[in-house]
Every structure is written in C-alpha cells, then in structure tokens.
Write a protein that binds this ligand. Structure first.
Ligand code: NAP
Length: 280
C-alpha cells in the first residue's frame, strides 16, 4: 500500500473548509493565520507561498508579513507581541530557519502559546509530553494521520523513530506513546541502526540522509513513514530507499507526495484548534 499524502491532505482540507464555515456561522468570525517570513531563503519562500494559498482555500483569514534578512530582532519581537494582542489573529507562525543574528528560542518563546500553531513553545511541548491538549507540531501530526490510514489500531506496535529533533523525532515519540506503541528513538550515536530498524513494526525516518533506510533494514509487513526531503542530482528523495523498501513494507509513504503535503494541512488544522480554544 502506498499511503497517498496528497489525497489525504486534500481530504483534510475539505473537512477544515467545512469547520471554518461552521465557525463563521456560530462565531461570526473566522480563524486568522499570520505567517512571518524573514529573509529570502528560497525553500522558505515556497513554503510560505503554499501556506498562504491553502489557508485561503479553506477560508482562513491569512496574512503574510515579509521582512528583509537584516531585520533587527527587537522589531520582530515587537511585531509578535502586537500580534499576540490582536484578537483577529488565532495563529502565529515564524518561518524557520531565521537569520543567524536572530535568537530562534527567544522568538518561539515570545509567541503566545495559545497562538503557537507550530507547537514549538515550551508550554506546548510540555503539554504534549504530559498528555494534555496542546498544539502538536505539524509534521508529526501529519505522520500520525498517515499511519492511521495504514493501521487503525497502533496499540502494542513497536515503533522505531530515526532522528530526535524537536521538530520531528521527539514530538513523534509522544504521539506514538499516546497510541500505546512501544517506542525506540534512534539518532546519530545509535550503535546498530539497521538492527534497531529491523525490530520495528513501524519506522518513522526523519534524518535528512537520502535513501538511508534500505530494503534489508525493514521487517516484512512493517509500515514506513518517510519524513525526509533531500535534494539530490536526480531530484527530491526521502530518507528511505523507496524502490527497495516498498517491496518489503506493508505500507509506505512516497517522497514527494507523502508527509510533505500533510504538514501544511495540519498547520491549518492547528490554526482552527487555536481559534476554538481561544473562543471556548
Ligand atoms: P535535524 O534537526 O537535522 O535532525 C536529524 C536527526 O537525525 C538528528 O536527531 C540526528 O541525530 C539524526 N541523525 C543524523 N544522522 C544520523 C544517522 N546516520 N543515523 C541515525 N540518526 C541520524 O532534521 P529534521 O529537521 O528533523 O528533518 C529531518 C528530515 O525531515 C530532513 O530531510 C528535512 O528536510 C525533513 N523534513 C520534512 C518535513 C515535511 O514536511 N515532510 C518537515 C520537516 C523536516 P543527532 O540528534 O544525534 O544529531
């Protein structure tokens, strides 16, 4: 089974469109998403453009604020504080990476945690690990929706996560624990990655190394979710060798067309959830 992220994301956006229409009739207001882009990073510019396009598609109020790369940190922090106080703004996203002279941590912690649609604020990180309601980082949230397409009941499954970043590996761990999986989290110092992977009923690869996971690293019938987006001479590839692994796995996400499209759909979902929490 190839898990179709493009189709699943389109279905999710349709659901979100209906939710926004409902909120409009019950609250006489729609959720608002403000994205801040600092600098000219080409990949970030494409991501932000797509975020704006899909936010409009589902009916959110969408605003993009663009700043030059030499923006003073305090100007950015002041803008975030202003947006924190604006009731028309339900969600704030500062596109990463930021230029080196801007302190990423300070920026994340300045965003009101109730408007933190990325789920990076320490309050949301803590809430997620404590099992409380919180914004969940968009990519892991997308991964868990795709996983459920392949297997409804994940309880008791052994999940192996490759990568321990705050963006992917760590929040993914919390989501899988919530589903009663047994979770192994691996990283660059893991001794025998192949042996660890072979134990997985589920493998989540979030590493950034093209085609790292080979066919003989995967147990027959495993579900494989490939988070990687790696530019190579032959195009964009994931962290999983798709041709090899698709012959062994029960289900697998392709790259492109797997996790990628889900990330933006989950961002829109998080914006709506922030609006609902703020208005409940
Ligand atoms: P990251 O912050 O660079 O983290 C990479 C992780 O992989 C680290 O924990 C690192 O271990 C581990 N690692 C590196 N080499 C390894 C090896 N040889 N064996 C095992 N583990 C190894 O990356 P990230 O931000 O999580 O992103 C990972 C990938 O996902 C990238 O390709 C990125 O482009 C992609 N991505 C995709 C989406 C999407 O929407 N689909 C969103 C975000 C990111 P240490 O902790 O020990 O250094």
């Amino acid at each position: 089974m190839i898990i179709d992220g493009k189709k699943t994301a389109a279905e999710l956006r349709e659901e979100l469109k209906k939710k926004v229409a409902e909120l409009k009739s019950t609250h006489n207001a729609v959720p608002g998403l403000t994205v801040i882009l600092v600098g000219e990073d080409p990949a970030s510019k494409i991501y932000v453009k797509n975020k704006e396009k899909f936010a409009k598609e589902v009916g959110l109020n969408s605003e993009v604020i663009r700043y030059p790369a030499d923006l003073e940190e305090k100007v950015l922090l002041n803008k975030i504080n202003e947006l924190n106080k604006n009731d028309n703004v339900s969600g704030i996203l500062v596109q990463l990476p930021l230029p080196k002279h801007i302190d990423k941590r300070k920026v994340i912690e300045t965003i009101d945690h109730g408007k933190d649609v990325d789920g990076f604020h320490p309050m949301n990180v803590g809430n997620l690990s404590s099992g409380y309601d919180s914004s969940i980082p968009c990519t892991p949230l997308g991964c868990s929706i795709l996983l459920k397409k392949a297997e409804k009941n994940l309880s008791g499954k052994h999940a192996v996560i490759i990568g321990r970043s705050n963006l992917n590996g760590k929040p993914m761990t919390q989501l899988l624990l919530k589903e009663n999986c047994t979770v192994t989290i691996t990283h660059s110092k893991t001794k025998d990655l192949k042996a660890e992977c072979l134990r997985g009923d589920i493998i989540i690869a979030a590493v950034g190394i093209p085609k790292l996971v080979k066919g003989d690293w995967v147990k027959k019938g495993a579900i494989v979710i490939d988070v990687g987006i790696n530019k190579t001479d032959t195009g964009i590839v994931g962290d999983v060798d798709f041709d090899q692994v698709s012959k062994v796995a029960k289900a697998i996400t392709p790259v492109p067309g797997g996790v990628g499209p889900m990330t933006i759909a989950c961002l829109l979902n998080n914006t709506i959830e922030c609006f609902k929490r703020a208005n409940s």
